[in-house]
Design a protein around this ligand. Structure first.
Ligand SMILES: [Zn+2]
Length: 436
C-alpha cells in the first residue's frame, strides 16, 4: 500500500515534511520517498491519495477501562466515593463476561474513529476483551483487574493468571500485563505476589496509584510510606509498569518512578469532572518522568479519545499553575504517542522507515481547522474527531474516509443498549468493593 503526497507531522519537533509517498509493506513502513519517486507496487496493492492531508503515527490511550463504555453517562455529578460505592461497583456486580466483549468492541470502535491505534486496557474478563480487540484490528495491552481482597478474590486472581499465561503470546498485536487495582485496595502481600508473578511470567504491570491527596495522607498515617513507596517496596515499580494517575505523587515519588523506569498515565478529564485540580503534568515533565495520556473509563471520562485527553491535560496544567505558558503545545502533543514507549513498543510514535504501520491521516479541510496560523495549535485546541480520515493499524486500513471498515455500528448500538439497561436494572444494593 502507498499513501501518496502526504505531509508528515512530527509532534515532538513541531515540524512538517511535505510531499512524501509512504510505502507500507505487511505491518511496517518500508520506504518514505519524495512524491513522484518511483515505488514498485505489487499488483493489486492500493494507493491512498493523501493530498492535502496530514500523516501522523497512531495515538496511544495509556490507561482505560474500555468496556466501561457500557456505563457511559450512568454516574454523573457525584463525589468519587459515591461514584464507586453507590453506582459503578453496584452495576459491575452483574457484569457478565460476554458484556465485556461488546463493551470493549464499542470502545474500540470509538477509539479507532478518534485516531487511537493502541490502548492499555485494565478491566475484568480480559479474555472477552482480547476477542473484541482481535476482531477490531486495534493494538492493545490487556491487564485483568484484580483486587486481592473481598469475596472470591482467589478465584479471580487464578482466572487472571490463567488468562495471562494463555494469551500472552497468542497474537503479537495484543500483549498482556498483570493488573492489581491499586495500593488502597490491594494488601501489600498481594502486591508482592503480583510483582513476583510478573517477573516469573515476563509480564508488565498496570495499576492505579495516588489519585487523591487523601490516599497519600492515609498511606503515610497507616503505613509510614506514600502509595508509590509501597508499590516500590512490593517490586511493582519497574520498566513497563503503567501507573494510572499518580496525581498526588510527591516530587520524591516522581523521582523514584523515573529511576525505576516506570511511566505515568495522565487522565485529566476524569479529574476535571470530579472537580479535582492538580499539577502532576508539569511536575512530572520537569522531573523527566515518562508520561502518556489516558482516558480512564467512559463512566468517568465519558470518551476514549486522546486528542481530547491532550486538550484537557493542557487546560488542567495551565489552570492548576494559573499560568498560560504551562503545558505548551510542543510539550503536550508528543504525549499523544508516548504511551507506546511506556508499554515497551520501541519507537512507537515515530514515523520512519521500519516503524510499525500504525498511522492516522488527518483531513484539515473542516472549518475548525481553518485558517492555519499553526497546524499544531489547531490539532491541540480545535480539531474535531471528524478530521480523522484514515486509520491504519498493523498495516491494515480500519477506518476509511471517517468510517469503520470492519465493525457494524448498528449491531454495536443494539447489543450495548440491551446490556447497559440490564446492568442498571439488576444492580444490587451492596457495592463489590468499598472506596473510602
Ligand atoms: Zn482507572
Amino acid at each position: 500500500m502507498v499513501l501518496s503526497n502526504a505531509t508528515i507531522l512530527d509532534f515532538s519537533t513541531l515540524s512538517r515534511r511535505p510531499a512524501v509517498d509512504v510505502h507500507i509493506q505487511a505491518n511496517r513502513v518500508r520506504r518514505i520517498v519524495p512524491t513522484g519517486a518511483a515505488i514498485q507496487l505489487d499488483a493489486g496493492q492500493p494507493r491512498i491519495d493523501a493530498s492535502g492531508m496530514y500523516l501522523i503515527p497512531g495515538l496511544v490511550n495509556t490507561h482505560c477501562h474500555t468496556a466501561m463504555s457500557l456505563q457511559r453517562g450512568a454516574a454523573e455529578d457525584c463525589t468519587l466515593a459515591d461514584w464507586f460505592n453507590r453506582r459503578i461497583w453496584r452495576f459491575e456486580r452483574s457484569l457478565r463476561p460476554q458484556d465485556v466483549y461488546w463493551g470493549t468492541l464499542l470502545g474500540a470502535a470509538e477509539m479507532l474513529l478518534a485516531g487511537v491505534t493502541c490502548a492499555a486496557d485494565h478491566y475484568f474478563h480480559m479474555d472477552q476483551a482480547w476477542k473484541a480487540y482481535r476482531a477490531s484490528g486495534m493494538r492493545a495491552d490487556l491487564a485483568w483487574a484484580v483486587f486481592g481482597v473481598g469475596e472470591d478474590w482467589q478465584r479471580r486472581w487464578a482466572q487472571a493468571l490463567e488468562f495471562s499465561r494463555e494469551y500472552t503470546r497468542k497474537d503479537p498485536r495484543l500483549t498482556v500485563s498483570l493488573g492489581p487495582h491499586s495500593p488502597y485496595i490491594c494488601p501489600e502481600p498481594f502486591l508482592r505476589r503480583t510483582a513476583e508473578a510478573a517477573e516469573e511470567l515476563g509480564l508488565k504491570l498496570h495499576i492505579h496509584v495516588s489519585e487523591e491527596p487523601v490516599q497519600v495522607e492515609r498511606s503515610l498515617a497507616e503505613k509510614g510510606r506514600t502509595p508509590v513507596q509501597v508499590l516500590d517496596e512490593a517490586g511493582i515499580l519497574r520498566p513497563g509498569t503503567v501507573l494510572a494517575h499518580a496525581a498526588a505523587a510527591t516530587d520524591a515519588d516522581l523521582q523514584l518512578i523515573r529511576e525505576r523506569g516506570a511511566g505515568v498515565a495522565h487522565c485529566a478529564k476524569t479529574f476535571l469532572k470530579f472537580g479535582l485540580m492538580h499539577d502532576l503534568l508539569p511536575r512530572a515533565l520537569a522531573q523527566g518522568v515518562p508520561v502518556g495520556l489516558g482516558t480512564d473509563g467512559p463512566a468517568s471520562n465519558n470518551t476514549l479519545g486522546i486528542f481530547e485527553a491532550a486538550r484537557c491535560a493542557a487546560f488542567m496544567a495551565k489552570s492548576a499553575r494559573a499560568d498560560a505558558r504551562t503545558a505548551r503545545i510542543g510539550e503536550v502533543l508528543p504525549l499523544c504517542h508516548r504511551g507506546g514507549e511506556i508499554l515497551g513498543l520501541a519507537g512507537y510514535g515515530r514515523l520512519e522507515e521500519g516503524s510499525l504501520a500504525d498511522l492516522v491521516l488527518l483531513d484539515p479541510r473542516t472549518p475548525a481547522m481553518m485558517p492555519e496560523h499553526d497546524v499544531f495549535a489547531n490539532i491541540l485546541y480545535s480539531l474535531g474527531e471528524r478530521s480523522v480520515h484514515t486509520v491504519i493499524v498493523d498495516g491494515e486500513v480500519l477506518v476509511r474516509d471517517g468510517r469503520l471498515v470492519h465493525l457494524d455500528l448498528e449491531e454495536l448500538a443494539r447489543k450495548t443498549a440491551e446490556i447497559a439497561s440490564r446492568l442498571i436494572r439488576s444492580a444490587g444494593e451492596e457495592p463489590m468493593q468499598v472506596y473510602r
